[in-house]
Design a protein. Structure first.
Ligand code: NAD
Length: 445
């Protein structure tokens, strides 16, 4: 593939309406091509975090009293610019995070829609603003997750200090650039780049921060929850989990395989709602596995910007290593690897991995753990009741974020909608019947 030349970006913090830098920097690289830097980003220290919180705090009085129309105008401007620049921003997102270009453009469009939806929300609903809200986000959805948190906070009249995952500093910078031009008063929105240990921890500890909106791993989420609880501030937490897809004997095999490939391997499985447990009734098991193997062999894993790529690279080296270790550990525990599961080389140096499919048992570690990669297991179910029980079992005891069922039986579909213990979020709970044969219950990402 011809390498396009993109100059590395210079990524700064956005504090009190202006760009500012730090003595320490880091580099974000393209996971499809490790020889291509995306940008050099500033890494804040605790003093920079405090300066951002101070500026947000100083801006809050004016912003909390700003009329709904003013808030709506700013949010709408952000949403419109995201939408208008979807191709260019999608390209940046694909280069920095490793999603395929169509997946990345979809994410930009979604982020734009979220800002516009909250522009409406500002006009139609009034909620009590809290003050300075810390927004802390992971690398998996560099625009969609920050969009939901930032738009919700701004629409209610809060001020924001945004701390993205370091790996996607370029996307965060691009979003801050758009927000900075939307007409918000200086200090209402701030971006601080850098590590979780320094920037994230300091944000949660700063006493002017009145609420934390966090998405990330269970481990980090637990420490954010502890620190927030110690200060008795509001916290909105989205952490790990994984989804399940049940395939019953009466399902259409090709529909089931479409749902399983998209659910388990779409976005490289790097979403907490990925269907990494494929629970298959005995009578269809052989046909389903054969069809899965055929489809998996035809998938093209390559550079995220290459036309025809179905799956881009894993986003970063530690996630790739974790995926490979998970597969190795599962084999040791007795699971049977029937496809992929290894790192592969392509024309460019990148974190490419062949999606893995394993035959496993419910009690195995791989079935219980949040994988967050292109790794799925097939579990055997005796009948619908057994399948539902397997889908509802989670290691943490929390409901699964998403669950699906492939069947042609309306009776089972109806029962599943009522009895699947999948997660429900007040803002994103979704129950859809996409096709007569597939029911999905849960959240969208
Ligand atoms: P992570 O927990 O390592 O980091 C998330 C954010 O927290 C980053 O910005 C990080 O810098 C920051 N952080 C790290 N230490 C911190 C600390 N001590 N205090 C405050 N902030 C700190 O997660 P990640 O590796 O970026 O993302 C992958 C994880 O996110 C997966 O575990 C996945 O399940 C989860 N995730 C959940 C959802 C959801 O909606 N529930 C969506 C996407 C990803």
């Amino acid at each position: 593939m011809k390498r396009e030349s993109h100059l590395p970006l210079v990524l700064k913090h956005y504090v009190n309406g202006g760009w500012t830098t730090s003595a320490t920097t880091g580099v974000s690289v393209n996971p499809s091509d490790l020889d291509e830097p995306i940008g050099e980003y500033a890494r804040a220290d605790a003093r920079m975090v405090d300066a951002a919180v101070d500026s947000a705090s100083a801006a809050w009085r004016e912003w909390s009293r700003a009329g709904a129309a003013r808030r709506a105008r700013a949010l709408d401007a952000i949403g419109s610019e995201l939408h208008a620049r979807r191709a260019e921003l999608g390209c940046l997102l694909a280069r920095e995070q490793g999603k395929t270009l169509p997946e990345a453009i979809d994410e930009v469009v979604h982020a734009g829609q979220v800002f516009r939806a909250f522009a409406e929300e500002a006009v139609h609903h009034s909620s009590e603003p809290l003050g300075v809200v810390a927004v802390i986000t992971p690398w998996s959805f560099p625009l969609a997750i920050p969009a939901a948190k930032i738009a919700a906070a701004l629409s209610a009249g809060n001020c924001v200090v945004f701390k993205p995952a370091e790996l996607v500093s370029g996307c965060a910078w691009a979003l801050a650039d758009i927000i900075g031009r939307s007409g918000l008063p200086a200090g209402v929105f701030n971006l601080v780049l850098g590590s979780g240990r320094v920037v994230g921890a300091r944000l949660v500890a700063n006493e002017m921060v009145r609420a934390v909106s966090f998405t990330g791993s269970v481990t980090t989420g637990t420490s954010v929850l502890r620190a927030s609880a110690a200060r008795q501030i509001k916290v909105d937490l989205d952490t790990g989990g994984h989804g399940a897809l049940i395939v019953l004997n009466d399902a259409n095999v090709s529909t089931a395989v479409d749902a399983a490939i998209e659910g388990a391997y779409g976005l490289n499985g790097q979403r907490h709602a990925a269907s990494s447990k494929l629970i298959v009734e005995q009578g269809i098991r052989h046909a389903f596995i054969e069809a899965m193997l055929t489809r998996l062999s035809a998938l093209r894993i390559d550079h995220a910007l290459k036309t025809g790529t179905n799956i881009g690279p894993v986003s970063n080296d530690s996630q790739l290593q974790r995926n490979l270790d998970t597969v190795a550990m599962a084999i040791k525990e007795g699971a049977e690897l029937i496809h992929g599961g290894r790192a592969i080389e392509r024309e460019t140096r990148g974190y490419f991995m062949e999606p893995a499919l394993l035959l496993a048992k419910p009690e195995m570690q791989i079935t219980r753990e949040d994988i967050f990669g292109p790794v799925a297991v097939v579990l055997a179910a005796d009948d619908y009741a057994h399948a539902l029980d397997l889908a509802n079992r989670t290691a943490s005891g929390l409901p699964a974020p998403c669950a699906g069922l492939c069947t042609t039986s309306l009776k089972h579909a109806r029962h599943f909608r009522r009895h699947s213990h999948s997660h429900s979020h007040s803002h994103s709970h979704r129950i859809t019947v996409d096709r007569p044969t597939t029911v999905t219950v849960g959240v969208s990402r």
